[in-house]
Design a protein around this ligand. Structure first.
Ligand code: MRU
Length: 349
């Protein structure tokens, strides 16, 4: 995708270092963060310098590859297993993270070069899959369509294209007009900050709405379809995604609005029978207590937005049951989410 006319991937590997667009500074500053060690890459995932299912997966794969190199340099093979555990504990809900560490870990058993190649292959596959999701999803979109989305499942959440936003990008590419309702997505405002920035960059008509305005616009007949991403999909089609997704799905059902989840196969966890088994990451209360942004001089500032001293809960994700979801848009086609259809997906080539 393009930033100020230059093509970027969200995350890439160069000379043993992981380079990533620093998403904590967007949309106010565009900077590349460089992680020199696997531990620095882990910190970047925890601090959400890089975030979103696909980008987390790519970062985890690169971190695992860094760990193989570091274990060799330090002459300490135990480091590989220690690193794998550390990487996997950074964001527990994100299935792509586990998918990536396993693949790179297994490849690294042969050689460091194989670990590096596998991590790179994962990142490349991430783009190919996202593009295919975009192509299938585009078939659902008519010109003039008004689409609501939650959080950021765009190219910043992947290596490129994204999941939920990929159909929108492909619709634009094929000459269709689309308009996007962007849920703000508190507490970290990935919608208001990241999705809006991406859509602006790509010249796509959009409007940011407060998190609690979705039901209003859906009830007014102003939303034709909702597309969101996913952080983990259970074998029965239940979907864990950014907190607030469940509410939107309930409201969409109430008003007969199709609710789609766009997802790469690497996000589907066949070992997880249903959504009730998905671990929901709890994040720090500071994300709710404060908001961060630049003052008039461009200096980044943190301000209180809640009553000091009140208790805070901050679950990062919720689970939407499969029966509220119209379809999963995957790189192998669009399916109704149920155990049979999901199992079949993995048999297709
Ligand atoms: O906590 P985040 O920002 O890493 O959340 C993950 C997400 O971006 C979403 O839940 C998203 O909608 C699906 S993954 C691109």
């Amino acid at each position: 995708m393009h930033v100020y006319g230059k093509h970027y991937r969200t995350i890439w590997f160069e000379n043993g270092e992981v380079h990533m667009i620093d998403q904590t500074l967007l949309p106010f500053q565009f900077r590349i963060f460089i992680a020199k060690t696997y531990e620095e890459t882990c910190q970047a995932i925890i601090n959400m310098i890089t975030r979103g299912a696909g980008a987390i997966g790519a970062a985890a794969g690169f971190a695992m590859a860094q760990a193989f190199t570091e274990a060799h340099i330090r002459g300490n093979n135990n480091l590989i297993d220690i690193a794998r555990k550390e990487i996997e504990s950074t964001r527990p809900t994100a299935q792509n993270l586990f998918f990536a560490t396993e693949r790179v870990y297994n490849a690294g058993k042969t050689s460091i070069e194989d670990a590096l190649k596998e991590a790179q292959k994962l990142a490349d596959e991430n783009i190919e899959e996202a593009r295919k999701i975009g192509e299938y999803g585009n078939e659902l979109i008519k010109s003039g369509c008004r689409i609501e989305t939650h959080c950021n499942a765009g190219w910043l959440g992947f290596v490129d294209y994204g999941s939920a936003l990929a159909p929108i990008y492909l619709a634009k590419e094929s000459g269709k007009k689309v308009h996007v309702f962007v849920d703000e997505t508190r507490p970290r405002s990935q919608g208001a900050r990241l999705t809006a920035w991406e859509l602006k960059n790509e010249g796509i008509s959009h409007v940011i709405i407060p998190d609690n305005a979705g039901a209003h616009y859906m009830s007014q007949g102003m939303v034709d379809m909702m597309i969101v991403g996913a952080d983990r999909v259970a074998a029965n089609g239940d979907v864990a995604n950014k907190i607030g997704t469940l509410e939107k799905a309930i409201v969409a059902k109430r008003y007969g609005i199709p609710f789609y989840v766009a997802v790469p196969l690497s996000t589907i966890d066949l070992s997880c029978e249903s959504g009730s088994q998905i671990v929901i990451e709890e994040r720090d209360e500071s994300e709710v207590l404060f908001q961060e942004g630049p003052d008039d001089t461009g200096q980044m500032k943190r301000i209180w937005v809640c009553n000091p001293g009140s208790e805070i809960l901050n679950p990062a994700f919720d689970v939407t049951p499969a029966d509220l979801i119209t379809g999963l848009i995957t790189s192998r086609g669009i399916i109704e989410p149920n155990i049979k259809n999901i199992a079949k997906l993995f048999q297709l080539k």
